[in-house]
Structure formats: structure tokens, C-alpha cells
Design a protein around this ligand. Structure first.
Ligand code: RNT
Ligand code: ZN
Length: 424
């Protein structure tokens, strides 16, 4: 166990080392403190939501695997779990909800009939615990999505239903934004696509464009609601063709002034979103990230402090994009303690951002502009072993959250006292 005194001493040493390369650790910590991460509600119950009891397999090409005990069974349990998570991470953050997490008081409310009323408990709770709320339509786990097509469906009734759902979601987002005094990002992700080779790639894309135009026809105040569209390369069951591809949504977002959502797991295995950030922000005002970790065919492993996670954070900071990039998380693992999964992923995201704000920008840019690429490479490698961990520990201490692995003891205690008593 590290004592507070040791943490502070190690921090002072680290501060001096960073000062030698022109980095002010205090200012870096202040910058990090301002960054709100949007925590995804669906890590807590394997994307189950509260509409049916058939959780686990969500359909639409996304799936949580594993059967770790203790999954949240209702909104109160999920909120309690999220409070636990929030107590273990430094800073003030946001919550990202799906429409399927509505609380309808036992009534069957169709997705095209949802209103902010059905999220009033979430909103009231968020006001005391969070810096903002974000929202998503749920275009999967539903009989009207069984054909594999929603907004791009050739069946007019099905298409209309999902258009109405998306419109309802924007209005809910607007209310969330008003209540939290911070714009809600309402994201559209649909699973539409084909398992095998299509005969016609064009028609579903034209239908999707038409649906999006209808959904966004009404202007909403950007102070309250911002719209995002999320692309994907392929999903389970849509290996050959996804209607909402990267090019499709990039084009749509640019032409219609929408946010593009880049999910780290939605591209070719060797393709990274870090390199896309400065490209798309040359043409778009703002973007949303779904930070995730792809592993082979799965797009949603728990985020770890990988090279790519660091690169994503570095690109946001290097480009001075902190006010234009909304950072959301999107992963789900049901094979380990779900609260631990949330904490690991969120703490890693914050660590990556800390490393990025501790970078000696001035020195590196000088080396680059003067053509001294030898020094640039040398310094980039040198800073990898600087004691950012001491700065991180100190930040956690100052924010009154557990330092080091102490958070895990709390999760284990919660598992014993609360999670293990949730019978299914
Ligand atoms: C699916 C998308 C989408 C979902 C959430 C649950 O591939 O990434 O963002 O993960 O809507
Ligand atoms: Zn996503």
C-alpha cells in the first residue's frame, strides 16, 4: 500500500522530470480534469435493456459473450452499479443511454412512442451525478429488426417505424440536454446489411439517405441536441455488406452538418481511427468517438492502454481538438466483473489522455519543423518511460478516488455484498 506521503513524494519527483522537458504537470492535470468521458450504460447488463428479460443476445450483429454473475436486472441496480463506477474514477463524466433502457413502469411502450417521460428517473439521477447525458436509438433486439433491415428497409411500414423511433430519440435527447445544461449527442447506429453478396448495394443506401433526411428534417437547438451517425465495416451476419459504411456517413455528415461517430472497432483490423481524426475534422466541426477495442471479428473488447488508445488521445490533444471531439466508450464484456470492466476501460482512457497532455509538444514540434527527425524519434521513445504513473496516482489521490489497484478491492467487496445476491 502506498501512503499519501509516498504518492506525493513520487509526484514531486515526476513533476521535476517533466519540467526538464518543458511540461507543466499541474497544468496538465487541470486539462485532464476538464475532460468528460461518456460512459456507456450497456456495459452493466450486456446490452439487455429493460424491455424484455431476454438479455445476452442482442441481435443486430452485436453480442456480449460470457455469463459472469451479478448483472444489473433493472434500472435501479444499473444506476447503483454506475455510481460505484463513478466513485472509482477521477473527474466528472457523462452517461450514454440507449432507448431500450426506458423505464415504462411495466407498460409496453413501442419504441416509436417513447418520450423523455420514460427517462425521467435517469434524468433526475443524472443531474446529481453527472456532467451530461448522451443518447442512442436502439435499432436492434426487436421483432421489427429481425429482417436485418431498419432505416434502410424496403418495407415501408418497417422503415417508417424506425424513422419515428429516431425522431422520438432526438426529442428525448433534446430534453436531456435541456435538463443537464449540456448538449446531448443522439447517435444513430443501425445494423442494416447482408451476410452474403448483395445484388444491389445502391438501393438500401438511397433508402437510408431518405430516412435520415426525414429524421433530421426538424432543426433542433444545438445547445440541447446534437446528432451523430455511426458507420461500420461489417457485423456478425452482415459480413458482406453494411449499408451505413464509412464513406456513406462521412458524406452524409459533411453535407448535412452532422457529427460523424468513429467507433474504434468498426474498421479493418489494421485500420486505426487515430489517423482519421485530423482528416475528418478538416471538414467537420465536431465528431463523436466510440472508444472500443477490436479483436479479430469482435469490435467491443474492454479498452486497454494500447498503442492505439494512446494514439487516439494524442491526436485529440495534439490537434487541439478537445472541444470538438466527444469521447464516448463502447465495449461490453460479460465474462468478467462488469463493474471492473467499466472501471478498467474508463481509467485507461483517462490515463491515455493524461499521457497525451504530458507530451512535450513544443520540443517535438520544433524538432519536426526544423527537420530533426532523429531527435523527434529519440524524444518520442524517451517519454514513453517517464513517470506518468506517479502523476496519475497523485491525480487520483487529489480527486479522492482509489490509487492503484485499491479500486479492485472495492469492486470485490461490492461483488460480495451486492452482485452475488442478484439471483437470475
Ligand atoms: C454497434 C455499434 C453501436 C453499439 C451500441 C450498443 O456495432 O458500435 O454503437 O455498440 O449502440
Ligand atoms: Zn459504437
Amino acid at each position: 500500500m502506498l501512503t499519501d506521503k509516498t504518492i506525493e513524494r513520487l509526484y514531486t519527483e515526476a513533476r521535476d522530470r517533466y519540467a526538464q522537458i518543458g511540461v507543466d504537470t499541474e497544468a496538465s492535470i487541470e486539462r485532464l480534469k476538464q475532460i468528460a468521458i461518456s460512459l456507456h450504460c450497456w456495459q452493466g447488463d450486456d446490452l439487455g435493456g429493460f424491455e424484455t428479460s431476454d438479455a445476452g443476445l442482442s441481435g443486430g450483429g452485436i453480442m456480449a459473450t460470457g455469463n459472469y454473475p451479478g448483472k444489473a436486472r433493472n434500472a435501479d441496480e444499473l444506476r447503483a452499479d454506475i455510481e460505484m463506477v463513478l466513485s472509482l474514477i477521477p473527474g466528472k463524466h457523462r452517461l450514454n443511454l440507449q432507448a431500450s433502457y426506458a423505464e415504462t413502469g411495466g407498460k409496453n411502450v413501442a419504441r416509436d412512442q417513447l418520450t423523455a417521460e420514460h427517462f425521467s428517473n435517469w434524468i433526475a439521477w443524472a443531474k446529481t451525478n453527472l456532467a451530461g447525458m448522451d443518447f442512442n436509438g436502439t435499432f436492434f433486439s426487436h421483432p421489427k429488426a429481425d429482417s436485418g433491415f431498419t432505416l434502410a428497409s424496403r418495407d415501408e411500414g418497417v422503415r417508417q417505424f424506425w424513422v419515428e423511433h429516431a425522431i422520438a430519440c432526438r426529442k428525448i435527447g433534446e430534453q436531456m440536454g435541456k435538463a443537464l445544461h449540456s448538449p446531448c449527442i443522439t447517435n444513430v447506429w443501425i445494423p442494416d446489411g447482408y451476410k452474403d453478396i448483395p445484388a444491389d448495394r445502391k438501393t438500401p443506401r438511397l433508402i437510408l439517405k431518405k430516412s435520415l433526411d426525414e429524421i433530421f428534417a426538424e432543426q433542433l437547438d444545438p445547445q440541447y441536441n446534437l446528432d451523430a451517425v455511426e458507420c461500420k465495416l461489417f457485423g456478425i451476419g452482415s459480413e458482406s455488406y453494411v449499408v451505413g459504411s464509412h464513406e456513406f456517413y462521412l458524406g452524409y455528415a459533411i453535407r448535412n452538418n452532422k457529427l460523424l461517430c468513429l467507433d474504434a472497432g468498426h474498421f479493418h483490423p489494421t485500420e486505426v481511427i487515430s489517423d482519421k481524426i485530423s482528416s475528418v475534422l478538416t471538414f467537420l466541426d465536431e465528431i463523436l468517438l466510440h472508444v472500443s477495442r477490436g479483436v479479430r471479428w469482435d469490435s467491443d473488447h474492454v479498452v486497454v492502454l494500447s498503442d492505439e488508445l494512446r494514439a487516439i488521445a494524442e491526436e485529440i490533444v495534439r490537434g487541439d481538438f478537445l472541444s470538438r471531439v466527444y469521447i464516448g466508450l463502447d465495449f461490453f464484456d460479460a465474462s468478467i466483473n462488469r463493474i471492473a470492466a467499466w472501471v478498467i476501460g474508463t481509467r485507461c482512457m483517462l490515463k491515455a489522455l493524461l499521457i497525451a497532455v504530458l507530451e512535450p509538444r513544443q520540443m517535438l514540434c520544433q524538432m519536426e519543423t526544423s527537420g530533426d527527425f532523429t531527435s523527434r524519434l529519440a524524444l518520442l521513445e524517451e517519454i514513453k518511460t517517464l513517470p506518468f504513473g506517479a502523476v496519475w496516482d497523485y491525480y487520483c489521490l487529489k480527486e479522492n478516488v482509489p490509487v492503484g489497484l485499491a479500486w479492485l478491492d472495492r469492486v470485490k467487496a461490492y461483488e460480495k455484498d451486492v452482485l452475488s445476491k442478484r439471483a437470475h
